[in-house]
Design a protein around this ligand. Structure first.
Ligand code: URA
Length: 434
């Protein structure tokens, strides 16, 4: 067997067998296969695709390339949530405490981000004192004692994905159904949870631009999760505009706290209640998704989700007073207001352009070794369908570097389209797949 034969076989559209996929994945992970051959292979897969069987095989090989986490010491049904990624998506910070407040143990390992903002771990690190690394025993003890712990990905989970994803990111081979499925599911299946909830984003700011592609991704991931013995559900949600209003690390933590106080933007509040409700159902603390959503809404209204968030922060060494004193969080020196040039209605807010503007303020990384500005980012004051007056503020852009902040403000202005007719608000929850 050799790499050139396997690459040309896939290039010509043939189906690969387990041994061939193993040769490529293990060779690359172990360092015997060079970047250029793996890159050519990934491009062949990008154009010719993989069938269901090949995708399942790739997922399993990547899952078993490292450790399989054992969360057996945590009582109850552990439910993991994963989002395929979108602009302003800070739901883990809200949904984790919400589900925990409804009795579902939340043992979450999250990543840092490449792209528009940092990942959940970067966001949590904006909280003074919060420790994102913890010994495995302490992590499990905290979940048993407080119901929730959120730490950075530890050890050696799916190292094949780590290496392959880094190469995909710089070779234009991210947006492929089989590669995304195997990347996400290899990590989820190795992470030790009993059930998985997938939030598949759909729209201009997501990998999946239309409902049909999002459905195919969601259905395949649900099938693979269930076949592995983990109860898996997916929900397809809108990413035509940013989720909520804040994009940027500390800004998103502040918005998450507002939602937990039941004073946040309506779209992210609604989505968080739905996601948490589905987790409550998967965790067998509700007899139906609808009952789970009711429980989640109650936990928002009665303050128990906010209390769970404070317990999480305190348990991991952070200062829970941030929920009352936002001045304790990192903040920017500069703020530029982006104003409407004309009156009308917000017709579109290009999520991708807003994401890039946020990255350009310094809130996101371009390469994994880049530092990020935890305070920078932006806060939208208007969403699609809102009425605006000429000169009204559409968005506030925050930063610590004058030129970067100015350029980001120009990009935000170009991302917000104002029309004369009031458009429909985008449908937030598009489909549930189980
Ligand atoms: N998220 C992942 O973890 N992998 C992908 O391929 C895409 C999104």
């Amino acid at each position: 067997m050799n790499a050139v034969d396997i690459i040309t076989k896939k290039r010509d559209g043939a189906v690969l067998d387990e041994a061939e996929i193993r040769y490529m994945v293990m060779g690359y992970t172990q360092g015997t296969l060079p970047d250029y051959q793996m890159a050519a292979f990934l491009m062949a897969v990008y154009f010719k695709g993989m069938n269901r069987q090949e995708t399942i095989c790739l997922t399993n090989l990547m899952k078993h390339s490292g450790d399989i986490v054992d969360l057996g010491a945590i009582n109850g049904i552990k439910v993991d949530k994963h989002s395929t990624g979108g602009v302003g998506d800070k739901t883990t910070l809200i949904v984790g405490p919400l589900a925990a407040a409804c009795g579902v143990p939340v043992a979450k390992m999250s990543g840092r981000g490449l792209g528009f903002t940092g990942g959940t771990v970067d966001k949590l690190e904006t909280i003074p004192g919060y420790q994102t690394s913890m010994a495995a025993r302490d992590f499990m003890n905290q979940v048993n004692e407080t119901g929730i712990a959120v730490i950075g990905q530890t050890g050696h989970i799916a190292p094949a994905d780590k290496k392959i994803y880094a190469l995909r990111d710089v070779t234009g081979t991210v947006e492929n159904l089989s590669l995304i499925t195997s990347s996400i599911m290899s990590k989820k299946l190795a992470s030790g949870s009993d059930a998985i909830l997938l939030d598949v984003k759909c729209g201009s700011g997501a990998f999946m631009k239309n409902l049909q592609d999002a459905e195919r991704l969601a259905e395949l991931m649900v099938e693979i999760g269930n076949a592995d013995g983990k109860k898996t559900m997916a929900v397809i949600t809108d990413m035509e505009q940013p989720l909520g209003c804040a994009v940027g690390n500390a800004l998103e933590v502040q918005e998450a706290i507002a939602v937990l106080k039941n004073k946040g933007p309506s779209d992210i509040t609604e989505l968080s209640a739905v996601l948490a409700g589905m987790m409550v159902f998967l965790g067998e603390k509700a007899a139906s998704v609808e009952e789970g959503i009711e429980k989640a809404k109650k936990a928002l209204a009665d303050g128990s989700a906010l209390e769970k968030f404070k317990a999480l922060v305190k348990g991991q060494g952070g200062n829970p007073r941030i929920t009352e004193e936002t001045g304790l969080m990192p903040h920017s020196n500069l703020c530029i207001e982006v104003k409407a040039g004309q009156a009308g209605y917000v017709k579109a807010i290009d999520a991708m352009k807003i994401g890039l503007a946020s990255q350009h303020t310094g809130a996101g990384r371009q390469r994994k070794e880049d530092g990020i500005d935890l305070a920078a980012g932006l806060v939208l004051c208007k969403k699609i369908g809102d009425a605006v007056q000429a000169g009204e503020v559409l968005c506030r852009v925050y930063g610590n570097d004058a030129e970067k902040t100015r350029l980001a403000a120009v990009e935000v202005k170009a991302a917000v389209v104002i029309g004369t007719a009031r458009p429909e608000k985008p449908q937030l929850i598009k489909k549930v797949i189980r």
